[in-house]
Design a protein around this ligand. Structure first.
Ligand code: FES
Length: 147
């Protein structure tokens, strides 16, 4: 798995993490291209099905990045997101997956450096974990068809 480049989906709140990503970009702070950002109006809009779909479609890791606790523009969207992330972590655990493939992160709009370091650290972690179990199964299926 030396050359494994993980696919990572980051659901980013428009008011904080997305703006922080923008700031990282405008300050030319490096973060890995492995992270694909999906902008959401608030992390409270991220449902369990969205996270599961991201894994189903090939993400090796997913994180939900919302406003700092107590700073959600819709009062408790980030609290709901945290609860949903925990729910999906329990599902992953039941499936025998590493729960570290999913994380809830909080930051403010001004944290461009934090956005970049989070993206970097999360990518490193998923690289160490290797491809998601779905990806491994799909690769094996393709090899069987090709054989
Ligand atoms: Fe940012 Fe709710 S508005 S998490």
């Amino acid at each position: 798995m030396e050359n494994f480049e993980p696919e990572i989906v980051a659901f980013c709140c428009h008011y904080c993490a997305y703006t922080a990503a923008d700031m990282a970009g405008s300050k030319h702070i490096y973060y890995p291209a492995n992270v694909k950002i999906i902008r959401v109006p608030c992390t409270g809009k991220v449902d369990t099905i969205h996270i599961m779909k991201a894994f189903e479609k090939g993400a090796d890791g997913v994180y939900v990045a919302g406003c700092l606790e107590g700073d959600c523009h819709f009062k408790n969207g980030n609290t709901r997101a945290k609860y949903r992330v925990e729910q999906v972590q329990n599902i992953l655990k039941d499936l025998g997956w590493e729960i570290e493939r999913l994380e809830m992160i909080n930051m403010s709009a001004g944290m461009g450096e934090r956005f970049a370091s989070t993206a970097l650290e999360f990518t490193k972690k998923i690289k160490q974990l290797g491809p998601s179990p779905i990806k491994i199964i799909n690769t094996e299926k393709h090899q069987q068809v090709a054989d």
